[in-house]
Design a protein around this ligand. Structure first.
Ligand code: ZN
Length: 294
């Protein structure tokens, strides 16, 4: 396969996720941190208007605005539609999508620790994820292949589009330890790409555990759409832990438990993500996939 020519590091795709926004700013102010590599590294503040206002977005979620038909439809003219078009046109003009890695840095109010998100199970992405997992044992690898993000997210501009999620972190806040963990992960990715380009990579042999998106679960709601229950205390902050059929999932305002009625064990993530209330998502269910023989 071709060598990687470019890396695009994006922060602030969601304007109130400060880790990526300030890390991008740090890289812009200290470019030597990213220099002397066999590929070019560029940085981008995804949604500057939303960042300036301290909100997730102005008109619509930028990270759902990269659907190809929407990008080509000039009738879609609100701020994020225009911004997505601008980013995508500039990406096409300046980067080769087949040799560019995108690292889009996000944060979550869910207790997901340090998570690497893959849009697909391309062999290159799996090898990279396996390497990072061996370097950072606490790292979780989540596949959004079936969630729609491989079509409409900013990172979907490249086949090698990755996202970092770090949490739990309240919207509009920073946490020094999580900031450092995120920066460290970015360097590990760059180091891997350097080794890859030099051909000096040791192929990772072994297994990679991937949490693969299955479906999203909404809160129980009444006919008017009002939420009828909260995340159950026994599930709160238990991202990536097994949820068995019959385990409590929600608690009503009268403190009645609502159980998980699925038939198989699942591993919820994005539990109680603040930005997902408006999307009708209380959590995303995943299953574990073991990729072997990498
Ligand atoms: Zn985000």
């Amino acid at each position: 396969m071709n060598k990687m020519s470019h890396v695009l590091i994006v922060g602030g795709t969601h304007g109130n996720e400060l880790t990526g926004a300030y890390l991008t700013q740090k890289f812009q102010q200290s470019p030597h941190l990213l220099e002397n590599r066999s590929f070019q590294v560029q940085t981008l503040l995804g949604n500057p208007k939303a960042f300036a206002k301290g909100v997730r977005y102005i008109d619509q979620d930028l990270n759902r605005s990269f659907d190809r038909p929407c990008l080509q439809n000039a009738d879609h003219s609100n701020y994020e539609s225009q911004r997505a078009r601008e980013i995508s046109q500039s990406f096409e003009a300046n980067f080769d999508a087949s040799t560019t890695v995108i690292i889009d840095i996000h944060s979550t109010t869910a207790n997901m620790g340090l998570t690497l998100i893959l849009n697909n199970h391309d062999a290159f992405n799996l090898q990279l994820a396996a390497y990072l997992s061996s370097e950072i044992p606490s790292l979780k690898v989540y596949s959004s292949e079936h969630s729609g993000r491989n079509r409409d997210s900013l990172r979907s501009l490249s086949k090698f589009g990755l996202a970092i999620e770090i949490g739990s972190l309240a919207q509009g806040t920073l946490n020094a330890e999580l900031f450092q963990n995120t920066e460290n992960l970015v360097y590990k990715i760059l180091n891997y790409l350097e080794e890859y380009n030099r051909g000096s990579l040791k192929i990772h042999k072994g297994e990679l555990k991937i949490y693969q998106y299955l479906e999203s679960i909404d809160y129980p709601r009444d006919e008017a759409g009002n939420i009828q229950a909260m995340i159950h205390p026994q599930l709160q902050s238990r991202d990536y832990e097994a949820l068995h059929p019959g385990d409590p999932m929600f608690l009503t305002f009268d403190y009645a438990s609502i159980m998980y009625t699925g038939e198989s064990v699942v591993y919820p993530v994005f539990i109680n993500e603040a930005a997902y209330y408006e999307k009708g998502i209380a959590m995303c269910l995943t299953k574990i996939n073991i990729e072997s023989g990498l």
